[in-house]
Design a protein around this ligand. Structure first.
Ligand code: ATP
Ligand code: MG
Length: 203
């Protein structure tokens, strides 16, 4: 409590979400439970600078898929801050913009995969990052849970029930004509078909 106002605990789940899949949703749900979060905001990236050499679906398609996948959960929401900001997405900008949108009475928990967390020190403004949010690294299959030697008290590692799903695998399956039912929410299967996403194996 501060000035009689309750501090809300807000998860921030950044990702390319091309497409969003059940691994993302389980990770957000588990971290929300573990840290008693009031809400998790999913933030689809703008131009993903780590993936500059890859073709990525339009921001609008990725945004809409994220909305469709999270719509039924009253504690999940989606933010356009990264897709509406021109230029490449940096996590520090994501956190600053989300903090500005939600006001001063929130504590931010940035949720990221253990794989992404390992790269965190190479991120721009790494020092300020840790002042802005608590970082939560999730395990995912193939990425062992190990302390990447980050500042004490600023980072937590959470084991997520293993779901060996990745967006790359989903895209490859669609390109190969294989099913993605149950890897992603039903509405995402239907949206991908309707928009004919990922049909070209080169993409
Ligand atoms: P791609 O295969 O294109 O890299 P991805 O499946 O890794 O896609 P991203 O949008 O890059 O999806 O991931 C967003 C965040 O979700 C990252 O921090 C990533 O580590 C995490 N994440 C992705 N898949 C899983 C999973 N199956 N379990 C736990 N965390 C996951
Ligand atoms: Mg990835």
């Amino acid at each position: 409590m501060r000035n009689g106002t309750e501090i809300r605990r807000l998860g921030v789940m950044g990702g390319t979400f091309d497409p969003i899949h059940h691994g993302h949703l389980v990770a957000a749900s588990e971290v929300a439970h573990h840290f008693d979060l009031d809400e998790v905001v999913f933030v689809p990236t703008g131009q993903p600078w780590q993936k500059a050499d890859q073709r990525v679906s339009s921001s609008e398609d990725r945004y809409l898929m994220t909305v469709i996948a999270t719509a039924s959960n009253p504690r999940f929401s989606v933010s356009r801050v990264d897709i509406d900001r021109p230029g490449p997405t940096y996590t520090i900008d994501t956190l600053r913009d989300v903090a500005a949108a939600y006001g001063p009475d929130v504590d931010l928990y940035f949720i990221t995969g253990a794989d992404a967390l390992a790269q965190i020190l190479s991120w721009r403004d790494a020092g300020e990052l840790f002042d802005t949010a608590h970082f939560v690294g999730c395990t995912r299959p193939g990425h062992p849970l190990q302390d990447p030697g980050l500042p004490a008290g600023k980072v937590s590692l959470v084991e997520i029930p293993a779901l060996a799903i990745s967006s790359s695998e989903c895209r490859d399956r669609v390109a190969a004509g294989e099913p993605i039912w149950y890897l992603v929410p039903d509405g995402i299967v239907q949206y991908i078909n309707k928009r004919r996403l990922y049909r070209d194996p080169a993409g």
